[in-house]
Design a protein around this ligand. Sequence first.
Ligand code: HEM
Length: 500
Amino acid sequence: MTISMQDLVLNWSVSHLVACVAGVIVIRVLFRKYATAIRDVPGPFWASFSSLWRVYRTCKGHIENDILDLHRRHEGFFVRIADNEVSVSHPDAVKQLLHTNLEKGTFYSIFSLPDYRYVNQMSELDPTRHIHKKRSLAAGFSITNIAKAEPYIDNVLSLLRTRFDELCKSGAPVEFQNWFSYYAFDVLGEVTFSKSFGFVESGSDIRNAIANTGALVYYIALMGNYIWFHNLTLGNPLFSWLGLQPNSHIFDTCLIAVDDRKNNPKVRHDMMQRWLDTRAAYPNRLSERDVFAAAVANIGAGAETVSTAAQTVLYNLLRNPHLLKRARQEIDEAQSRGELSSLIQYNEASQLPFLQACLKEAYRTHPGVAYNLPRISPKGGITIAGRYFPAGVILSVNPWVIHRNAEIFGADAETYNPDRWLREDTKTMDAYLIHWGAGYNSCPGRNLAQFELLKVLATVLRDYEVELLESHKDWEYKTRFLAVPYGWPCRIRRRQTKTA
Ligand code: HEM
């Protein structure tokens, strides 16, 4: 067999090309690993030069525990979780990183839905622009505005009770992960667009919106690490025009809701209207696209988080019968004093301190957002717990990690114990409870979340006996930015109460 000159040249060039590419990769890896001020920060090998560790652990599903373990294993406040990112577990990080107006990490750009032109509060990285946008939208989220929507939230709650009554009769298993999501989505529809989406009514995941949101959150958690690639591909306006994105269902759901709203004669002074009013009075502050982007952000952010909190309370009460008994007793006593309406009102549920403590403890032990919240070290750098980080380093805080700090929350920080919130002085714990985030980027939907959660939890606990069908087995969840539980089917029976 003879080898031609041409083959020899081809083989030589291919092997040189491979060697060149390998050389560039090695240099780049070494450069990222060592030519940085965070080279001495401990952490997994793959994280020292890439985002691969985070991507892999996100796929495995428990990155919140992985990061907690890393902090414990390295016995330090700082762990390198990507080539340019350090996770900080020192309590001072809450004040210095979240409560200070630092620019957010590029990860957040992934929240521009459906493409990079639609920058909402969540995806706006610049603190000044973010704060302006947030102020312009604040009226819609105010508790006064939410309270005005209570009769319509009650309609959703009443329908939910009808569905639960049907499930009591049929004896079919109840998947609370679905029902709490349906409730939260429909409440968002009522409050934002004056119209429920109809999830509770149909008892199903209409157009697979909830399943698709799960897929979208997974995509967000992974591709947030590669924003440049996302912007070239699925975050590109061309793809949104072609309707090829994983997030197009949220966009479409919102488009339909906005269109319906225009033709709805019963439209109220809802959240959307409050934003349109602000736009009419100050057209420079909010563009039409801003209003639409805010509505999309609501749908993306305000349902599965609420479902997670409701599930966490109920599941933990079922797992701790002595706590369930106390929660019931508080509600039943209020009921027998005539303090609760058939559909429990927010101001009535707010008079149930043990229930409130159960909810707060759910926020602490299982925060809906269990991912690191990244901020960028400012010009001139920043010193946290005696360690200096130069400008440009990404420093991030994970609510899951902070909430398990035994020095703040006590030696039983790992345990679900609502009583910790009934002690005389909870000021320190309150300061480090960051399930809403903190500072300029904190959750604007918290009033609505607290409002709808207390109502639905008090109503379910008063009106139904709930039993875990697979009590030998724990619930499951996978942390993909959100940590939404699933897999704890129940059976329910109607309880006999005076007004119910
Ligand atoms: C228990 C329920 C909820 C939890 C635990 C929760 C938690 C959070 C967290 C941790 C953030 C991000 C903070 C950060 O990145 O630094 C956030 C942002 C946001 N949430 Fe919520 N949320 C909840 C319910 C809601 C609801 C009901 C709505 C809508 C009405 C909503 C709308 C938003 C929006 C629009 C943002 C982006 C805010 C910004 O960047 O300025 N959330 N939420």
